[in-house]
Design a protein around this ligand. Structure first.
Ligand code: ADP
Ligand code: ZN
Length: 622
């Protein structure tokens, strides 16, 4: 039976298994209560049933399988696509006193043997494996002789070619249904539209299972996007420099660009490093570690960086080049603010990026239908970026949510974008492109409209569109041409880096000439004047709510944590999140019982760090 959302919500959430689950949540993880659909998903899996859960990034997907792994007899098996993700999760679980390990190609034979000993002695609660690792015959054989609590398939959208991150090795996981018939399987992902969800269910043999789809709302994310103008690199540097002392990720479209941007940022005094798949593996690991372990650092990366990096205190994600789809947008932006504190997602984009993306899709080795899906995904992304309606609401509707309200905090909700009617100007621009015969680039079209072409030929000066655009400035004409590209009224052929502009959809172009279709031009705030580009953080939405009087204690706790993390060689946030330290600084617990009541302080952490934390707090008592 496929449970609708409403049905799932109507289920009793205080039944005995859920009381037990809540008890584990409190004792082991130190959290007061479940979030979103966690309780429903956990109830399903604890009950021994399969499920598909789509929860937003930071929504707490991992607890959905970690808690049932602790509650059900046997080993909880977690399939995860990336070693970085496994490492992080295992480190965090171990800190919480859970017997967890991973088996992947990086594990030394001795450690591997020890892990198998623990598995076979029934000492391990959670085991992380890669899909290809798990599906090796000897591995399946060995695991087949061990009682399993569940099988969780993380980042399940990787199984679908309609998703945005297809990994063929995920397809093998469908066989798990036959191989482990009595073991509940849980597929989890943060981003999957309806079609991708259907595909996940079919591929992973979950057609009869309950589906839980949480809201895609991420109220902590403050979104904005702006068209690239000349000097896009400087713009990125200004945006980062305006956010000092915070961790952030800057995504760039090429390896070369990550290096250049990182260097320019360092030149501006920002602790930035580049990260991409072309770097030596060791170097990549060192840089990733440095980023994860730093309190503030900026990672300039290609999309090779990201999946499975769950540093909770990333305060901004800036796309120096746009993402590839709305799914990718939400996932990449979603790496900011995982701790639930306000964070920003800022995207720079241009019509040229769209043209390249469409060209790449056209050239991909896929069948026509799949290409059309991917091309539509590209267009939908640019409709979002260059659109006029609330960005967060557009994303949520894209994922199929209904009854969505505007977020009230993105640049479009705040109304920094004004529009003016530009139908007449659009007619002039379209005529000019038509008369010029699609043989020139954008700059030339603008020059032509202004009658400013250098050494114009008699032919060009003889055209009826020569110099007819005096009412707008060159930069306004540039904006308008860009707009016409986004609307499909113009089309750009990348032409190996020397793009040519031609007319777009003929029906739509005719409609503009007949005056049946109007063109509203966005008025963009000029460069530095852009309110959203300047100082970060709007009033009342500062990064972490720590009262000024608690700040010294908060900083002292962070210093203690940094030293502890360094000694153990783990990221600071697996010891305590900033939010927990902020709660400690505010509550100033006088003893262990008071400390234990705070969010994020479970039994193991109380035992390990209780004394040390109370000592830091005590040193501020006098
Ligand atoms: P994702 O869904 O992105 O994988 P995680 O499972 O990593 O999210 O959880 C994100 C963060 O939220 C983690 O730091 C986790 O400790 C925290 N978290 C998860 N569930 C709860 C909860 N019920 N109460 C408080 N914090 C939670
Ligand atoms: Zn909005």
């Amino acid at each position: 039976m496929r449970a609708a959302l409403a049905e799932a919500e109507a289920r009793p959430t205080d039944a005995a298994p859920l009381r037990a689950a809540r008890d584990v949540l409190r004792r082991v993880f130190g959290h007061d209560d479940f979030r979103g659909l966690q309780a429903e998903v956990i109830a399903e899996v604890v009950g021994g049933r399969n499920a598909l859960a789509v929860l937003p990034t930071g929504g707490g997907k991992s607890l959905c399988y970690q808690i049932p792994s602790l509650m059900r007899p046997g080993l909880g098996l977690v399939v995860s696509p990336l070693i970085a993700l496994m490492t992080d999760q295992v480190a965090a679980l171990v800190q919480s006193g859970v017997a967890a390990a991973r088996l992947d190609s990086n594990i030394e034979p001795e450690a591997r043997a020890e892990t198998w000993r623990r598995i076979e002695a029934g000492e391990l609660d959670v085991l992380y494996v890669s899909p290809e690792g798990l599906m090796q015959p000897w591995m399946l054989d060995r695991l087949g002789r061990i009682p399993l609590a569940l099988i969780a398939i993380d980042e399940a959208h990787c199984v679908s070619q309609w998703g945005h991150d297809f990994r063929p090795e995920y397809r093998m996981l469908g066989r798990l249904a036959d191989l482990f018939p009595g073991v509940p399987r849980l597929a989890v992902t943060a981003t999957a539209d309806a079609r991708t969800r259907e595909d996940i269910r079919a591929e992973l043999r979950l057609t009869e299972s309950a589906e839980f789809v949480a809201s895609f709302a991420r109220p902590e994310l403050i979104l904005s996007a702006e068209r690239k103008r000349g000097g896009a690199e400087k713009r990125v540097i200004d945006l980062v420099a305006a956010r000092p002392g915070r961790s952030g990720v800057v995504y760039a479209g090429s390896r070369d660009k990550t290096e250049k941007l990182a260097e320019a940022l360092r030149g501006a005094g920002v602790p930035a490093v580049a990260y991409h798949a072309g770097l030596d593996k060791r170097l990549r690991e060192t840089r990733l570690e440095a980023f994860l372990e730093a309190d503030h650092a900026v990672m300039v990366a290609t999309i090779a960086f990201g999946m499975g990096v769950d540093k909770p205190d990333v305060r901004f994600v800036i796309h120096a080049d746009p993402p590839s789809s709305i799914e990718a947008y939400w996932q990449e932006i979603g790496r900011a603010g995982r701790d639930g504190e306000p964070a920003e997602g800022i995207t720079l984009y241009g019509a040229a990026d769209m043209a390249w993306a469409l060209k790449r899709v056209a050239e991909r080795d896929m069948d026509e239908a799949a290409k059309q899906v991917q091309a539509r995904k590209v267009r939908q992304l640019y409709a979002l970026l260059d659109g006029a309606g609330c960005r967060a609401a557009t994303v949520r509707r894209y994922f199929g949510e209904e009854g969505v309200e505007p977020c009230g905090q993105c640049d479009l909700c705040l109304g920094t974008v004004e529009t003016a009617d530009a139908t007449q100007a659009a007619q002039k621009a379209l005529s000019a492109v038509h008369r010029l015969g699609g043989r020139f680039g954008r700059g030339r079209v603008v020059d032509h409209l202004l009658g400013k072409t250098k050494d114009p030929s008699d032919w060009e000066q003889g055209l009826s569109t020569w110099g007819i655009g005096q009412e707008l400035s060159a930069s306004q004409w540039k904006d308008l041409t860009e707009q016409l590209l986004f609307e499909g009224l113009l089309r750009e052929d990348p032409n190996d880096g020397r793009p040519l502009v031609g007319l777009g959809d003929p029906e739509a172009v005719r409609a503009v000439f007949r005056g049946e279709r109007t063109v509203a031009m966005r008025r963009h705030p000029e460069g530095e004047k852009a309110a959203r580009g300047g100082k970060s953080g709007r009033k009342g939405r500062e990064a972490m709510a720590v009262a000024a009087s608690d700040q010294p204690l908060f900083e002292a706790l962070r210093a203690w944590r940094a030293a502890e993390a360094k000694a153990q060689h783990v990221p600071p946030y697996v010891i305590f999140h900033d939010r927990t330290l902020a709660e400690i600084a505010a509550a100033r617990p006088g003893g262990r019982a008071a400390l234990a009541r705070l969010n994020g302080v479970g039994e193991a952490k109380l035992a390990h760090y209780g004394e040390a934390v109370l000592e830091v707090v005590g040193s501020f008592a006098g």
